[in-house]
Design a protein. Structure first.
Length: 735
């Protein structure tokens, strides 16, 4: 008697174990890759090294366990030293540290993949893969992450099941000092069921976890997930807007935020305003008083009021799911009057820009905006003077080209009021200039180059041209920056706003009405290019992916106390509506039965009573026919070959893969008219047929099914010959 060694396990079972273990390791790296911790090149290299590690399993070329331990211990001070000398660069401490941890975990994983592995080493690989997934959750929580997480969970459960079966069987065999054939016998008798078991475990976990997740009290913000890179050049995200900057942003397809509207979508252009700028120096826009801000705190209904509304009918409520950005500015449709969410304090500056005290986190909030504008007649009759604080919106740069003033005077020569002058310049720019993402205007005065030479530009060129032309005519303006409405996803009922929707427009002040009115001189081609990004097939695929990610973000990533209250309120209303509907149906049924009983007892005469009795008898007859048909169909299904195969496949235990020959025997006997009764044992059924072949095959079946023995190749050939002989007798009719 000898103890069973590692190499004595069945090759197929060991291969299945290795396969799931390697997929667990690979899924952990996929999570990091999906989170942006590694690029495509690094992913390709890692995949290649993993494949090499697979090929080297149980090979003498693998490094020894002692060498692997030494490399693991040396890697820790090595990575620390590389970090201290500045080898890992790329941002702040919060950004660099997760990147170093990711590289260290991957390095340790590769060491273990290339070494000879014991149970302890496989456990180490599982733990490292779990750390990969955990670290990826801190970098980015999107739909791609949840897919990689589900892959990891499924494969991890499968691997742990096989690992435990493998370890337990080996321990038992070593304790009993069983010979090699006995040790090989029972390891993974039904490997095909392991994925099903893992799936059922995941379903059980989700069934228990989801109610707990949704019902556990929320005490803070759901904002999570740090941005791994700077986004300071996004429109409305920085303290200035430089001519030509937005064009570069508009070639980026990254999601900035998702917005869901409550109620009817307002007509006309819809934009998400970030901030406004009042100082133009000839090259860029900035703020004259960036540090002066009013502090706004929560009031009634947990709403932070930042302005006043003209009425309730014009209010637009938006739920904004903003991705992590490195700016404190928050976005809403103009003009924003209130915000609700996990926001303790908001800051408001002179240009009605709203910001937080911090930045860089995923944020969810409700914005309430007054989207109403005064009637055109009121704006045309607005000739009020500007106050001293509004004079800054009339300033022009010292190097302002006089040709621009002359052009503005020519365009507005027939305008008699501020509104008509603004509309005239807006229409002129839309009609006589082209939109392009290519940066063409340049030189010391890019604005003049745009107006008089290239005549094509980005939205900030159009907005700057209109703002400065109106200022040259004594009309107060400022440049607003933010985003266009975005791509509407009807599946998720949200506007998906991406960097390519970055936009700039003009706001004109009307002092008598005390309101800033938006004007957009950018040609319609800008919105067309933005909304038709990609082909039709790509748009459809993206729509469903965005809907999936929106579901994940709304109900998991951004699920805070506000969303919890909303969900509980909606659930309560749904249950109440269901109870009311059920009560109405029960009441209707009660009245119908009472009416039927009255008719049956002769309230409306004998003829009506006979008709009611006939209808009742017909209903009973039809119900009886349907019940008998169902019972008969069930019996036929139970006796059918398909049901037999399914039952044996999913519910029978033991060596199912080795007793398929018995199913074949039953099929042959069934075609000859022999049907096994439910109360008959296999041997009783075989003896009842009085067929030598049936008895011989049944004895082999007992040998495998109940004796738990393995068929040899000789046994398989013998059974195959017996079944062929029986089939030939059936064909020849010699039974």
């Amino acid at each position: 008697m000898v103890a069973v060694k590692f190499s004595t396990f069945p090759k197929d079972s060991e291969t299945i174990f290795r396969l799931f273990s390697y997929v667990v390791v690979l899924s952990g790296f996929i999570a990091l890759w999906a989170a942006g911790a590694f690029g495509t090149v690094a992913f390709s290299i890692y995949l290649t090294l993993t494949a090499i590690g697979w090929r080297l399993e149980y090979n003498k070329k693998q490094i020894s366990e002692r060498t692997g331990t030494v490399l693991t211990l040396l890697s820790l001070p090595l990575f620390f030293a590389l970090w201290k000398i500045g080898f890992f660069t790329g941002g702040s401490y919060e950004i660099v540290l997760p990147a170093i941890l990711a590289k260290l975990i991957v390095f340790l994983t590769l060491i273990k993949l290339f070494q000879q592995k014991s149970d302890r080493d496989w456990t180490f690989l599982y733990v490292m893969s779990f750390f990969d997934v955990l670290l990826a959750a801190g970098l980015s929580i999107g739909a791609s992450y949840i897919l990689s997480f589900l892959l990891f969970t499924f494969c991890f459960i499968c691997a742990v099941i096989i690992f435990e079966a493998r370890r337990t069987r080996r321990s038992v065999n070593e304790a009993m000092k069983l010979p090699s054939p006995q040790a090989n016998r029972d390891f993974l008798r039904s490997p095909g069921r392991i994925p099903l078991i893992a799936f059922l475990i995941i379903v059980l976990i989700i069934t228990i976890a989801i109610p707990i997740f949704f019902l556990i009290p929320r005490v803070g913000s759901a904002s999570s997930g740090k941005e791994t890179g700077g986004v300071s050049t996004r429109s409305g995200f920085s303290d200035s807007v430089q001519l030509g900057g937005i064009g570069r942003i508009q070639q980026n397809d990254e999601v900035v935020m998702r917005i869901r509207l409550e109620g009817k979508t307002p007509t006309g252009d819809l934009r998400w305003r970030g901030q406004a700028f009042d100082v133009f120096d000839g090259l860029s826009w900035s703020k004259s008083r960036p540090g002066i801000k009013e502090v706004r705190t929560r009031g009634d209904c947990d709403i932070i009021q930042v302005d006043y509304a003209s009425g309730r009918d014009s209010l637009l409520v938006q739920t904004v799911y903003a991705e992590p950005i490195d700016t404190p500015v928050i976005f809403a449709a103009p003009k924003a009057v209130g915000f609700q969410g996990n926001l303790s304090v908001l800051l408001k500056d002179d240009d009605d820009s709203i910001s937080l005290q911090r930045s860089g986190e995923r944020l969810t909030y409700k914005a309430i905006s007054d989207v109403s504008l005064p009637a055109v007649e009121l704006l045309r009759s607005d000739f009020g003077p500007y106050s001293p604080s509004e004079q800054k919106y009339l300033r022009l740069p010292d190097s302002f080209d006089p040709r621009i003033s002359a052009l503005a005077a020519k365009i507005t020569s027939e305008s008699t009021n501020r509104y008509d002058a603004a509309k005239a310049i807006e229409t002129y720019l839309k009609s006589n200039y082209g939109y392009t993402l290519q940066l063409k205007a340049g030189g010391p005065d890019p604005l003049a180059d745009f107006l008089f030479n290239v005549r094509e530009g980005h939205c900030e060129y159009f907005a700057t041209a209109m703002a400065t032309m109106l200022r040259s005519q004594g009309i107060a303006t400022r440049l607003a920056a933010g985003f266009q409405r975005g791509d509407y996803n009807d599946t998720a009922d949200v506007f998906v706003v991406r960097q390519r929707h970055a936009h700039a427009w003009v706001e004109v002040y009307f002092p008598d009405n005390q309101i800033w009115v938006p004007f957009d001189p950018t040609p319609a081609a800008a919105s067309v290019m933005s909304s038709t990004y990609g082909g039709q097939i790509g748009q459809n695929v993206r729509k469903y992916l965005d809907a999936l990610e929106m579901f994940w973000v709304q109900y998991f990533v951004a699920f805070d106390n506000q969303e919890q209250r909303s969900l509980l309120s909606h659930t309560g209303k749904t249950i109440s509506a269901f109870k009311s509907d059920l009560s109405d149906k029960l009441e209707y049924g009660r009245r119908y039965l009472a009416e039927f009983r009255a008719r049956l007892t002769g309230r409306d005469g004998l003829a009506e009573a006979a008709r009611a009795g006939g209808n009742a008898a017909l209903a009973v007859f039809l119900f009886t026919i349907l019940a008998l048909g169902f019972v008969n169909a069930r019996k036929r299904l139970v006796k059918s070959r398909v049901w037999t195969k399914l039952r044996r496949r999913f519910f029978n235990k033991g060596n199912d893969g080795n007793v398929e020959f018995y199913d074949r025997l039953l099929e042959l006997l069934s075609s000859a008219g022999f049907q096994r009764k439910d109360y008959e044992t296999p041997l009783e059924f075989a003896l009842a047929t009085n067929l030598k072949e049936a008895i011989e095959v049944t004895e082999k079946y007992h040998f495998v099914r109940y004796g738990r023995q393995q068929l040899t190749e000789s046994d398989r050939r013998e059974i195959s010959e017996i079944l062929k002989k029986l089939e030939k007798r059936l064909i020849d009719g010699k039974l």
